[in-house]
Every structure is written in C-alpha cells, then in structure tokens.
Ligand binder design. Structure first.
Ligand code: PRX
Length: 649
C-alpha cells in the first residue's frame, strides 16, 4: 500500500445510498446493543420456537447462539417463500456448460427437496447422520444440500475436483453413511467421469471398512458407470419417484448443519463445523446488506463452486433464505469462449455479481474488448472474495464490469467464520481499491501485534495480525472430532484475551480502514483456494523418488500465489530431468486435486534448515520470487543457497 492508495476512495452515489437496504445507522444500532441487534437479524427468519437467550458464551470458545430456539433451515430457504405467495418466482436459473438450461421456481424447488428428503428417510437416514456430497454444479447438488438440512442430516460437501483419496479421507473422518454424486461432469465440452472416483475412494485402503451404505448417483453426462448392486442407486429411479410432500421438522438452533473441510498447517484437513440458527441468521443478514439484495428485483450470481464455503453461504443458504433469483453456472468461464460470463449476465440481466480476484485478473488478461462487446448495464453491485484484490484489478472491475459506477464489496471472511465479517456496505462506505474496510455492524475485529497490542494506524510494515475479539453468530463451533486442534489453532495464540486468531496479516491505514494482507501461516492461497504447504509436501514425498520436499507459495500475477516446490531426490533416483518433474506435478494433482498442481518444481541437493531442523520457508520464498535473500544467520549451512539457485536455473 502506498500512502496515496487510501486517499483514492469511491463513495456510493446519492441515489444508490438512498435506496440501499443498509444505512449508517446499522453500525450505531449494533454498537448500542449487540445482542439486541443480532436478535433483530434472527427475527427475519422463521422460528418454530423462539430462543430464550441470544448468546451463551460461557463454554467459550464454543458458542451457543439463540439458545433453545428451534427452526428448520430449509423451511426458511424454501417453504416459507412458497407459503408467502412466491412459489412462481424463479429461485435458480441454472445454466449448463453445454448450453442447456433450467429455470427452477421456489415451488419446484420445494417439490424436489421434498422428494429427496422422503427418499433419504426411506434409506434409513436420521437427524445427526452425515452425508457426503461430491457433485459438480448441477441443481441436484443444491437440492441434496437442502434435503439434508431439512432432515437435520449434517452434510459434508467435497469439491468435485478433489481426488479419490481426498474424498475417502473426508468420508472416513465424518463416517458418512451416504455419498451423493453424478455419473460424470462436463469439462470443456467433454464428459469426465466422477462416480468412478467414488468407486475408487470406497475401494481404497485395501480391506479397511468404510461407513458408506449407499451411493446415490445423478445422471448428468450419460456415460457408462460401474455399478455395485445393493449399494448404488440412481437418483432418477429413486428420488424422482418419491412423494413431493414432506413436512419440515424443527431442529435446535445449535443442531450441526454442515462440516466443510479446509486446509490447515498440517497435512490433515480440518472439518469445520457449522450449526443452524446463528449461521443462517448471519448468512441472510450479510447477503441482504452487503449485496444490497432486493428480493423479487435483483438477479444475483455468485460464481463460486458449492464445494467451497462461498458456495454454501452465498449460493445456497444466504440467497435462498432471502428469496433470491439467482444464476447457477455449471462450467468454466472460457467455454465455449471467453464471452461466457458476459453472455450469461446479458441473458438473465444479472444485477449482483460476486467473484474472486483471480478471475478478475484473468478477465483483464483476456482483454476488455470481450466484456465491452456485451450489455452489462444490469450490473449494479460487484463483489470480491477469497484473497486480497490488488488495486489495479479493483479499478478494472469497477470500470469495465461496473460501468465505473457499481460499488465493489471486497468481502473478507473464511470457512471458519461461516459468512462475511469485514466488508464495505455498498450504500454507506466510501470504498478504497484493495481494502476490506471495516467490520460489518455486529462484528468486531482488531489488528494487533504479537502481544495483542493494537497496531499503529498507517504502519507500513506488515506486522499486524487480524483477530476477532467478539463471538459472532456464524462462527465455527469446532473441528469435527478434534476439540484440541480447534483450541490450539484458533484460540491459543491470544488465549489471555480470548480472541480468535484468523491466520491473516492486516494493517490499518491512517483513516483506520482495514487492509487484509494474506496468510501468515503455512497456508497458500491459489486462485482463492486454500492449500496447505504440508499437504503438497506430503503428496511429493509419497512419490518413491523424493526424499524430502519443501513447498512455498510465491506471488503469481493471475492466481495470487503459485505453488513452488523444492525437492531432494532419493539416492536411487537417477532420472532428474523434466520427465520426473512432470511426473511429480501429476502426482500432486492426482493425490490432492488439479488445483494443487505445483507451478514449478526444483530439484535441489539441500534444503535450508535451522539448527532445530525446521525448513526456512521464508528463505525459499525469497528464492522462488527472485528476491534478495533475507536473514540467513540462523541457517546451519548458508552455502546451501548457491546449490539451490543452481538447481532452480
Ligand atoms: O487469507 C484470507 C483469504 O482467504 C482465507 C479464507 O479462505 P477460505 O476459508 O477458503 O474462504 C475463502 C472464501 C471466504 C482468509 O483467511 N481471504 C478471503 N477473503 C479475502 C481474503 N483475503 C483478503 N481479502 C478478502 N476479501
């Protein structure tokens, strides 16, 4: 950030501000009485039974919000809109990659979800059971999620780009009884198998038994699939045949709604647990105010995948709770060509568009003449999520996609926070390119040093840590099956103060506005996807030719960070050339996911280590980025860099 950056600010137009859902009084109201403020937000939902207390923080860090309250999450996202007379409103304009499309009204969505709920019940599933959902962006994925929520089944959505072993790890960790998948998925015009990965996942680990009783398969691409009789069932022969009548039952506000796995600093992903009442309250509240969503008027499009938290909170729960009409797109932005997103915006009149900085930078690379060839005048709010957005991309996004007028909401949050925490309000905030600005009304955050002292405003060193110093309704309630890891990861660092440590660096400018700087732990952010260095390292050393590996995230103009690996080969390995490097890249893609494929792999004779044997990633990052080396005085062998640089060239 240069000193001038924070002076460049963009207030909303008076017309936008006057018509917006939120005005500045929201901050004031939240400040005056936080509990009353959140109670007011929760009251926008339908509760079968009211809560007796807004927040019980006595068992911190595990919060209970809306104590004793009972609700049904899906009833709130679907049934009540139909009962309110909006059954014919389109909930989902689904756009398939090959060009097929479906418009699904709230009434149709209710019928589909009811069928699925009836069939899940027929399978013997009961509230509290876990269901894994491993599906591309098809409407049935959203139906499956909502049917789980309706029955109190805890869903665990696994991104369909993850490998069989990543799926198996998640299925095992949560002991899922049902896996829902598709025969395959469209990939740039070609069908690619997906059920095959489920078969492989479930047959892996030799004879180790797994918890899965059934695999429910949606036919999407029409390819042949292997079939395990008694275990595998087709969606169109079961769900589609079930009754479309189903009465939603209430569940406790703290009933587990979903588990979503995310990367941490070790090789084992963390199953982040979210519950019902507080989560839905904050999902609906943020969607309403941050995107200024007007039910029945806006056409909303969040380009995330349901495999990530953004898809959970801003494709499924937030928008549907608010009776949105939204676009859901199955494919990639450049199939059949780079015009696809802008054609979709034109076709449906998208007014709110929420995407990731990496995609904005990709669009920039493709050239502004592509969006310029389309009528994007329906767009009135733009959102950004997943990583810091650089000022250049921010300005391009506003000028080219937002006609120089649409407010950009740069939303900071995490899988763990469940929903948006720090963001401008589009009708209130004078936004700055690259800044997440301020915590939302009802949310409290601080930027502090190691000891927990507030950083000075305008500090130019990246020395602040982002902490959340008050509980919030959609906060994670734990890590599935690992309460110790929950405490040590998030609550130990500032245990004395009782603050949540987010793992991000941040700074405050001289106006007190907040700029998120990126992760301060060994987690990389590649195209907005969280990938741990340890996971990639463990995939690399899983190859027989590799003795040791160190992985860092290096700056990348498009993806934010790119994965750069340094490997030491085993003595037996004689092939040190390109073929091996390619094989190793493929191995990581296979073991984790193509999104974790390293950008570069360098074979080196040695890795820089401290005397205690810790790999100095900071120095490797300097090497990867071609920077001057930082302090090497704690290294065992400072000459190691000559060898590494030789390996790199
Ligand atoms: O480093 C921050 C970055 O993404 C991390 C959370 O990743 P994940 O749990 O996968 O959730 C992504 C979608 C919410 C954060 O710790 N991050 C997310 N949003 C922003 C961001 N960094 C800067 N600015 C943002 N708006």
């Amino acid at each position: 950030m240069t000193d001038t950056d924070h002076r460049d600010s963009y207030p909303p137009s008076p017309a936008f501000a006057a018509a917006a859902n939120a005005d500045a009084s929201l901050y004031q109201r939240a400040e005056t009485d936080r509990d009353a403020f959140w109670a007011e937000q929760a009251a926008a939902l339908h509760w079968h039974e009211p809560w007796t207390r807004v927040l019980d923080w006595s068992a911190a860090p595990v919060a209970r919000w809306f104590v004793d309250g009972k609700l049904n999450v899906t009833y709130n996202c679907v049934d009540r809109h139909v009962l309110d007379g909006h059954g014919d409103q389109v909930a989902i304009h689904w756009e398939g990659e090959p060009g097929d499309s479906r418009a699904i009204t709230y009434r149709e969505l209710l019928a589909e979800v009811s069928r699925a709920a009836n069939y899940f019940t027929e399978l013997g599933l009961v509230a509290g059971d876990r269901v894994a959902i491993y599906m591309p962006m098809v409407p049935e994925a959203i139906v499956a999620i909502l049917a789980c929520a309706r029955l109190g089944l805890t869903h665990s959505v696994v991104f369909a780009g993850f490998s069989p072993s990543a799926l198996r790890q998640r299925v095992d960790d949560a002991s899922a009884r049902l896996v829902i998948t598709t025969d395959g998925q469209w990939r740039r015009g070609k069908p690619a198998p997906l059920k095959e990965a489920v078969d492989e996942a479930l047959s892996a680990n030799g004879s180790t038994p797994h918890s899965v009783e059934h695999v429910l398969v949606v036919r999407r691409v029409g390819i042949e699939v292997a079939w395990t009789e008694g275990r595998d069932v087709w969606w169109h022969e079961t769900v589609a045949e079930a009754s479309d009548q189903h009465e939603a039952q209430p569940f406790d506000a703290e009933h587990p709604l979903f588990i979503l796995y995310t990367s941490g600093t070790t090789g084992k992903p963390k199953g982040i647990l979210h519950t019902s009442g507080g989560y839905l309250t904050q999902a609906a509240y943020t969607h309403h105010n941050v995107f200024d969503h007007q039910a029945g008027q806006d056409v909303y499009w969040c380009t995330a995948d349901i495999g990530w938290v953004t898809g959970h909170s801003y494709i499924v729960y937030g928008p549907l709770a608010n009776r949105a009409t939204q676009v859901v797109y199955e494919g990639t932005p450049n199939y059949p060509d780079e015009h696809r997103h802008w054609q979709i915006i034109e076709k449906y009149g998208v007014s709110i568009y929420y995407t990731a900085p990496t995609l904005v930078r990709t669009f920039m690379k493709w050239g502004r003449e592509i969006p310029d060839a389309h009528d994007l005048s329906s767009v009135r709010v733009l959102g950004s999520v997943g990583e810091p957005i650089n000022p250049e991309a921010w300005r391009w996004y506003r000028d080219v996609i937002g006609a120089g007028t649409a407010p950009i909401v740069d939303t900071w949050w995490q899988t763990e926070t469940g929903t948006i925490m720090i963001s401008p309000l589009p009708g209130v905030t004078a936004t700055k390119p690259g800044a997440a600005m301020t915590p939302l009304p009802g949310i409290s955050a601080k930027v502090v040093d190691e000891e927990g002292n507030p950083v000075r405003l305008g500090e130019t060193e990246a020395n602040g840590y982002l902490v959340l110093d008050q509980p919030w309704p959609s906060m994670l309630r734990g890590i599935w099956g690992d309460p110790d890891r929950f405490r040590s990861t998030y609550w130990e660092r500032y245990a004395e103060q009782g603050w949540y440590f987010a793992g991000d660096g941040a700074k405050l400018d001289t106006d007190g506005d907040l700029w998120v700087l990126g992760r301060v732990d060994d987690v990389m952010n590649v195209s907005g996807h969280r990938i741990s260095t340890a996971e990639v390292e463990s995939a690399l050393v899983g190859h027989s030719g590799v003795a040791e590996a160190a992985v860092v995230g290096a700056s990348d103009a498009t993806t934010g960070q790119g994965i750069v690996a340094f490997v030491i080969l085993t003595a037996e390995t004689t092939d040190t050339g390109n073929a091996l490097v390619e094989e190793l890249k493929a191995e990581v893609a296979r073991a984790i996911s193509p999104i974790a494929r390293p950008r570069e792999i360098h074979v080196v004779p040695e890795l820089p280590k401290t005397r205690s044997g810790k790999i100095m990633r900071r120095l490797l990052r300097d090497v990867a980025e071609g920077n001057e080396l930082g302090d090497t005085s704690t290294l065992v062998d400072p000459t190691v860099f000559e060898a590494i640089k030789a390996g790199k060239s």
